[in-house]
Design a protein around this ligand. Structure first.
Ligand SMILES: Cc1cc2nc3c(=O)[nH]c(=O)nc-3n(C[C@H](O)[C@H](O)[C@H](O)COP(=O)(O)O)c2cc1C
Ligand SMILES: C=C(O[C@@H]1CC(C(=O)O)=C[C@@H](OP(=O)(O)O)[C@H]1O)C(=O)O
Length: 390
């Protein structure tokens, strides 16, 4: 499958066209909208999220809840557009009183984008660089994860760190006494934390930093359960699953680092404390007692849960901005107050989940290809047979 998206932060809508989705998959629009609403939440988000109420519109490729095999067009309307119509007109001359954006924010795309695309109004850069684009990516991922769920693959996320506040003893969904209870607790938490004590400290950290006119980043963890052995491949660099998932994670605005399993710790431990010993039993087949690899060996799933962590930098738009230079006057400018999120780490976790869902669904359909869900189901069943008899 592939898709292209278009749309600006303050334009009329965001659009995606998905090509290659097999026919007869059951699609639930509420599930896509649920993913969109999860992305809008989180302690520390700014005024824009009070305006938007993201809902997906499907204009092709799905009939009576099922994919037809034709391209799928998804849209999300920007409710804020009515406030920007004059400033965002596609045609005509700009209004005389229109204010050009000439003050680049350190950490945003403004300055490099302005130079690269030779734009003197930095709005032409920030409109597309903005993480508003993650809305349509979540809608696409919200569709893709439904394919995975129909084959027992589930994606979870939680927040491990916000600024200086760390989750000391993280519990993953499959380690909790009750996975559904874990998921409910995390969904209801304003910072996507399973631990109420950490949650409170994280919220305090966001409030404190926001009051100082600053912003804060953090660390998120994505957990994928139920993936069969053998998604991705070692045979060529571009087929390696960890490399593909890392691209999906790093493509999300403000994500600056990604790791799998033990991650950076592999550089400090001996091999005996890094690799996961292999066991076999009649009932379980091949299994491991540890999962330091984070579910991927040789660029392929090994049947264990996939564990990915990512670090998000603090939001670049600051109420007390860093020094910067006006591109017209070449002078340092006085701080101006912009509407912005102070912390979007919980939202980024939802975005990364859905970006990863798209990539994993593609790997799944590479392995179990077909034009219809019926063909795919046959292949999955045949492969399960091969696994069981290996
Ligand atoms: C969900 C989400 C919300 C964001 N909200 C803001 C924001 O309100 N203000 C801002 O300056 N940056 C925000 N960002 C980050 C910028 O989009 C990002 O830093 C910028 O596009 C530059 O890209 P880079 O950080 O990947 O280099 C947000 C990112 C995400 C994932
Ligand atoms: C609109 C979203 O996030 C936006 C991402 C963003 C940025 O610079 O990345 C800047 C802000 O936009 P605005 O200037 O309109 O307030 C955020 O609100 C969203 O997540 O849907």
């Amino acid at each position: 499958m592939r898709y292209l998206s278009a749309g600006e932060s303050h334009g009329p809508e965001l659009t995606a066209i998905i090509e290659g989705m097999p026919a007869n998959f059951t699609v639930n629009l509420d599930e896509i909208n649920f993913q969109l609403s999860r992305r809008q939440k989180g302690h520390g988000r700014g005024g824009r999220m009070k305006i938007e109420k993201d809902q997906a519109l499907v204009t092709s490729g799905i009939r009576f809840n099922r994919t037809t095999g034709a391209p799928i067009c998804l849209k999300v309307i920007n409710r804020d557009w009515v406030n920007w119509e004059d400033k965002m007109a596609h045609f005509g001359e700009p209004l005389e009183n229109i204010e050009l954006v000439s003050r680049p924010r350190p950490g945003h795309a403004d300055l490099s984008g302005g130079i690269k695309y030779q734009q003197r109004d930095l709005r032409n850069i920030l409109e597309r660089a903005s993480a508003r684009e993650t809305t349509i990516r979540v809608a696409v991922g919200g569709l893709a994860r439904q394919i995975l769920e129909q084959f027992g693959i589930k994606i979870y996320s939680h927040v491990l760190q916000i600024g200086s506040v760390k989750e000391e003893n993280p519990v993953r969904p499959f380690e909790a006494k009750d996975t559904a209870e874990w998921a409910n607790k995390v969904e209801e938490s304003p910072v996507r934390s399973y631990n109420s004590n950490t949650e409170k400290r994280m919220m305090d950290e966001i409030d404190k930093i926001k009051a100082e006119g600053d912003s804060v980043g953090g660390i998120i963890e994505i957990i994928i359960t139920g993936a069969p052995v053998g998604l991705g491949s070692y045979v060529h660099w571009e087929h390696k699953l960890d490399s593909k998932l890392a691209t999906a994670v790093m493509s999300v605005q403000a994500i600056k680092a990604v790791e799998f399993g033990l991650g950076f710790k592999v550089g400090e431990r001996p091999g005996s404390q890094v690799h996961d010993a292999i066991y076999h039993s009649e009932e379980a087949g091949f299994y491991r007692n540890t999962n330091h690899a984070g579910g991927i060996e040789g660029g392929m799933t090994n049947g264990e849960p996939i564990i990915i962590r990512a670090a998000m930098k603090p939001i670049p738009t600051l109420y007390k901005p860093l020094e910067s230079v006006d591109i017209e006057t070449k002078q340092a400018f006085e701080a101006s107050i912009e509407r912005s999120d102070a912390c979007a780490v919980p939202a980024a976790a939802v975005v990364v989940e859905n970006a990863v869902a798209w990539e994993l669904a593609n790997c799944f359909l590479d392995k179990f290809s077909g034009d219809s869900v019926e063909e795919i189901k046959q292949q999955v069943a045949a492969y399960q047979d091969l696994i069981d008899n290996y």
